[in-house]
Design a protein around this ligand. Structure first.
Ligand SMILES: Nc1ncnc2c1ncn2[C@@H]1O[C@H](COP(=O)(O)OP(=O)(O)O)[C@@H](O)[C@H]1O
Ligand SMILES: [Mg+2]
Length: 354
């Protein structure tokens, strides 16, 4: 059982505040991902939950009990670090046994737990090796195994895949998802990679500059981003944002054409968000749509992303068929599939719900 409640959590290093009041609830057995650009405070927040750094302000409750002053070893929380932090002079077995013995478990229980971790993480062949005799992916599995044998109520993982190459990353990602299903504990996983967040999370917490921008399921964040930050952070290639002016039932950009749009919004100036899969390109500029010029194409085999520049200078991406072959500098018109427009305030970037 593990329910976490963060209330008004702030963190200061000397006089610099890096977390500005975090409010968050995490349910039992949830897989929660903290995602955001480097430096936004993800690791700091994780370290406060683990008890590795003191909380400056606010409260952290675990199962209703205030944890602010509880020692890390008494929280039932285990953390896996990006750097693995294995003991170099111990073999794989000893690395896993060490922490379990510190907990005061007897020999038979330590062995039983290690056997289980070895089975789950397929470490059987590696038990006698030292960390330097392991690949990055194997080291990461040992680091996870070491956390596993402590049977924590809460698992914290800080960018566990960032030292692995791309192919291995997607393998280990699947392993972590499987592990979560198997052990059924609460997991908090930190990453700067929105693809990892989208594929692993029950619930994503998008952070930016020491604040939470939005909390929601992968689908909710993709379909109804709360603001332009979340809109452009989640999804790849990113959502394009264009500042448009509403004239009756049309949205236009200066000297750059217009689109008919069915919106009941009052605002005259808006930020229009368009995802690449919702955008269509048409050769020539006679008909409907924004005027644009092709800049370049990314060919991916099953489709292609064409980047075009609008009259106001905005770069916009469109997913096209792989054989559409738009040429650089070609003049095109841009239209948007009905019902796919995202509208944000031109002033503060907040989502405007029509
Ligand atoms: N021990 C520290 N002393 C001073 N500043 C720190 C310390 N740890 C982190 N910071 C600062 O806090 C901010 C958030 O850092 P961090 O939590 O590591 O970000 P992230 O994990 O999202 O990349 C950064 O500006 C970082 O420089
Ligand atoms: Mg970090």
């Amino acid at each position: 059982m593990a329910q976490l409640l963060l209330r008004g959590i702030k963190k200061r290093f000397k006089t610099t505040e890096v977390l500005h009041g975090i409010d968050l609830e995490i349910g039992d057995r949830e897989f929660v991902v903290f995602v955001g650009p480097s430096g936004c405070g993800k690791s700091t927040l994780l370290r406060l939950i683990a008890g590795l750094d003191p909380i400056s302000d606010g409260q952290f409750f675990l199962n209703g009990k205030l944890m602010n002053d509880v020692a890390p070893s008494r929280r039932g929380i285990a953390m896996v670090f990006q750097s693995y932090a294995l003991y170099p002079h111990m073999d794989v077995y000893e690395n896993m046994a060490f922490g379990a013995r510190l907990m005061g478990l007897d020999k038979a229980e330590v062995e039983r737990r290690i056997a289980e971790a070895v089975r789950m993480l397929r470490l059987g062949e590696l038990l006698k090796r030292r960390p330097r005799e392991l690949s990055g992916g194997q080291r990461q599995r040992v680091a996870i195994g070491r956390a596993l044998v402590r049977k924590p109520d809460v698992f914290l993982l800080d960018e566990p895949l960032s030292n692995l190459d791309a192919a291995l990353r997607s393998d280990v990602r699947l392993e972590i998802a499987r592990l979560h299903r198997e052990i059924g504990g609460t997991m908090i996983y930190v990453t700067h990679d929105q693809v990892e967040a989208m594929t692993l999370a029950d619930k994503i917490v998008v952070m930016n500059e020491g604040r939470i921008e939005q909390v929601g399921s992968p689908r909710a964040l993709y379909e109804t981003p709360a603001n332009t930050f979340v809109g452009t952070f989640i999804g790849s290639p990113r959502m394009s944002l264009v500042t448009v002016t509403r004239e009756g039932t049309r949205l236009g950009i200066a000297d750059g054409g217009s689109l008919p749009i069915d919106t009941k919004l009052d605002a005259r100036a808006l930020k229009l968000g368009m995802r690449p899969d919702a955008v269509s390109l048409h050769r020539g500029q006679g008909g409907e749509g924004f005027h644009a010029q092709v800049v370049y194409t990314e060919y991916l085999g099953d489709n292609a992303y064409v980047y075009v520049r609008l009259a106001d200078g905005t770069l916009l991406s469109a997913r096209t068929a792989p054989n559409d072959d738009f040429a650089p500098d070609e003049r095109v018109s841009v239209t948007l599939a009905p019902g796919t427009a995202h509208f944000f305030s031109a002033e503060d970037g907040r989502r405007l719900v029509p």
